[in-house]
Unconditional design. Structure first.
Length: 256
């Protein structure tokens, strides 16, 4: 295996205009970097947009799925160190991606000089409050699909061939979520912005406040209209709130 290529593929440019600032989007279970394309029109005039690309999906579909948490965190971190250490970075993780973003950032703070400006988390209860009894990766195909539909994360009509390609990826990502262990001794120094959907069945809004315990800096909270995928719903106002903060953050931060 070409280790250098394996690592570099963890970051995929979505909207790359050669700036030295970028949002790095960590996608939800079952998704890849392509899931960030819908945000490109709102972000591309502010900064670049990169998507995290785990093996086994999209342009990495021929690679084996990865089930080891540390491999994922270290590989993403190394890809950033190798190519983007001189960038002003904002990490944004949704759902499963929130925990991967948090752990990747914690790894960077411990093992490198790379310091993202902000960690944005959406659709994710605090790690201390994860439901370990649910064990989504052990559900039958029918049960898993029903659960995803209840969250708004599964199309009403999908070709059986696509379902056959999609479910193994979702199940592998659910395994990552079900087996994720948060070490309460880990606290990042990067400020955190947390967003939640008021009608999110997966993330009761009362369970987001403990994110403050994972951070030694400022941690803000905002509850918006919408379900688990409120980030894609125009009526939620999420993208407007996110980009407004992003502009102010980049404008007030000297270039690296």
């Amino acid at each position: 295996m070409n280790v250098e290529k394996f690592i570099s593929n963890f970051i995929r440019p979505v909207a790359n205009n050669g700036r030295k600032s970028a949002v790095v989007f960590f996608p939800f279970a079952g998704a890849g970097a392509f899931s960030a394309y819908r945000f490109s029109p709102s972000i591309k005039d502010i900064c670049d947009l990169f998507g995290v690309q785990l093996p086994g999906r999209e342009n990495r579909a021929e690679e084996n799925l990865v089930h080891q948490h540390e491999v994922i965190y270290k590989s993403i971190a190394q890809a950033i160190i190798d190519k983007y250490s001189d960038y002003q970075l904002v990490f944004w993780g949704h759902s499963l991606g929130a925990y991967i973003a948090f752990e990747t950032l914690a790894y960077l703070e411990k093992h490198s000089k790379v310091r993202p400006l902000r960690l944005v988390l959406s659709g994710a209860r605090a790690p201390q409050n994860l439901n370990k009894e649910l064990q989504l990766h052990k559900l039958s195909d029918e049960e898993l699909i029903a659960r995803l539909k209840s969250y708004g994360g599964f199309p009403e009509h999908m070709d059986q061939n696509l379902i056959g390609m999609f479910l193994p990826v979702v199940r592998a990502d659910c395994f990552l979520l079900d087996t994720y262990f948060y070490d309460s001794a880990v606290k990042i120094s990067t400020p955190i912005d947390v967003y939640a959907g008021k009608d999110d069945l997966a993330v009761p809004t009362r369970l987001i406040e403990n994110w403050q315990q994972t951070c030694s800096s400022n941690c803000s909270f905002q509850i918006l209209p919408g379900d688990h995928f409120f980030i894609y719903q125009q009526s939620s106002g999420f993208m407007s709130a996110f980009t407004s903060k992003l502009k102010l953050l980049l404008a007030s931060t000297p270039g690296i």
